[in-house]
Design a protein around this ligand. Structure first.
Ligand code: AMP
Ligand code: ZN
Length: 114
């Protein structure tokens, strides 16, 4: 999608601090980290939000791949005590960038929902 910030990051048109990339996903540091570790995992294909996933199963393999990558990335960042994943969906859910992304947070200064 031509006017999407995260599509531009995937395409290398906007710089990012890349952590990992494969044929399906791209992982980079959040520009305004809310914790010691704050990564964003995004699909390379443009999917606006979780609302775009439907029963067709079109993206099932991609989503499973992304979910399974999270603990691996957390481990690589040294988050042996655990980590938090957040997916904001829609404006009411706090979503600001409308390209599906999974926040991976960990370490000290973790924002809490307690
Ligand atoms: P959300 O509120 O779930 O849509 O989160 C969007 C996230 O994208 C925020 O945590 C922002 O700090 C982050 N963000 C915005 N622009 C950039 C950028 N150019 N590079 C990295 N992260 C960004
Ligand atoms: Zn996009």
């Amino acid at each position: 999608m031509s006017d999407c910030l995260f599509c531009k990051i995937v395409a290398g048109e906007i710089p990012s601090k890349k952590v990992y990339e494969d044929d399906k996903v791209f992982v980079f540091w959040d520009i305004a980290p809310k914790a010691d570790v704050h990564l964003l995992l995004i699909p390379k294909v443009h999917i606006a939000s979780l609302n775009e996933l439907d029963e067709s199963g079109e993206h099932d393999e991609l989503i499973a791949h992304a979910m399974k990558l999270l603990p691996r990335l957390a481990k690589e960042q040294g988050l042996d005590n655990g980590f938090r994943t957040i997916i904001n969906t829609g404006r009411g859910g706090g979503q600001v960038v409308f390209h599906l992304h999974m926040h991976l947070l960990g370490g000290n200064n973790l924002p809490g929902f307690e």
